[in-house]
Ligand binder design. Sequence first.
Ligand SMILES: O=P(O)(O)OC[C@H]1O[C@H](O)[C@H](O)[C@@H](O)[C@@H]1O
Length: 501
Amino acid sequence: MGGLREALDAHVRRLAGTPLSALIAADPERAQAFALRCGPLYVNFARQRYDRAALDALFAIAERADLAGALRRLLEGDIVNPTEARPALHSALRGAVAQSAFALAARAQAVSVQLRMRELVQALAASPVTDIVSIGIGGSDLGPRLVVDALAQPQARFRVHFLSNVDGHAAQRVLAGLDPARTAAVMISKTFTTQETLLNGGIVRDWLGDAERMYAVTAYPQRAEAFGIAPERVLPMWDWVGGRYSLWSAVGFPIALALGMERFEALLEGAAALDAHALQAPLRENLPVWHALTAVWNRNGLQAATQAVLPYDERLRLLPAYLQQLVMESLGKSVRIDGASVAVNTAPVWWGGAGTDTQHSFFQALHQGTQVVPADFIGVRQAAHGFEANHAALLANLLAQTEALANGQDSEDPHRRYPGNRPSTLLLLDALTPQALGMLIAFYEHSVYLQAVLWQINAFDQFGVELGKQLASRLLPALQGQGQADDPVTQALLEVLRTGE
Ligand SMILES: O=P(O)(O)OC[C@H]1O[C@H](O)[C@H](O)[C@@H](O)[C@@H]1O
């Protein structure tokens, strides 16, 4: 997308002297005109630092980049991951929004695996098992962990625990207090070669006594069977689904166990509804398109180095960690699909935390720091706890923070002055249901993909995670006293680790 910076700079310069509060005052209809809704998901962009003329430029960029065609190609199963020559058909896991032969074939495979998931959930429900340990990392952990933490209910048939870190303290903490006789484990690994998952799987298999109550989700069933997991307890994955886009597949087995198959399917329905919206909505009414253009405006127009995501709902406290992988592993690239270096900045650092806790930790920097940090605030209109005063306070803080960041406040005392002019988007869910959460996650998946299209990078590979793993496997023998590290600093640190001196 050549000339992205140039296309934005004229508007950034034109608006440089007009604070957000003035933009808002100058356009009374803005709060309505810059808002979109898709079912239970409402998004308001009125506190972003652009005006209608800048938006016209952004949507012209969307037209030139053929974002509508890009979404069609994604959903139809075209090769949108060219460096690995693969489609990215996570949409086929949750519905048949596209009718291409490949998408329909993928959909059929997904449906047949969901039937097997249902059978396994029913079989486990009829067993003495009460606890499930889900063993996986990255895309094989963050999605299920987020959804289970958000939606699991205390009276559920199973308690699901997540084990990801190779640090033995994680396994120790997860297994403490569990009864091997009433526990089953699910090893989730697309490659079934991930060091952390294999090591943790070995700990859990030894702790269980055997692999009789172990299940696996992988694109390489034969590797799971070699680990000792019986074929009838292995659920398949496919290469046409990227790890960080895979919670809708059998990677969601822990979700189905924690929430029940019906609520897992409702999660899929919500995502499928957003897929249909993304495919059919005109660009100007298209939620992920508008969000992606706003991200590009903030990153390449305002040159913001980071982006905060601030869920004002305790049940979404893991959303920032989930989005960190989705965004930074998809968009953390500096080489375009054609092999040339990118001409503009790509992924900002995505970070965040749950409100209102965050107001008592990093909001000082958001209000008075030197960096402008665009923020996605996420609220849920209807609570599920019955503490009305708390919910009113939560929503009041949500609205107050977005207003204070936008408008600031002057003061004679420079230390008490709020510069304001800090942009944010407000996302509201009617209620935190499986459908709404599925829709929200799919919304971010499509926005990330569209940002990649605008930056001409590949959202679906992740070669950058390999070098560290290769070095670690080379250092293992040296840590165990055999051989030396090639790097002199590493060698010195090895000595300290080995001798404690
Ligand atoms: O599912 P696995 O093959 O075990 O991979 C687990 C994770 O490791 C990789 O290094 C990447 O960081 C992730 O994209 C992936 O989800």
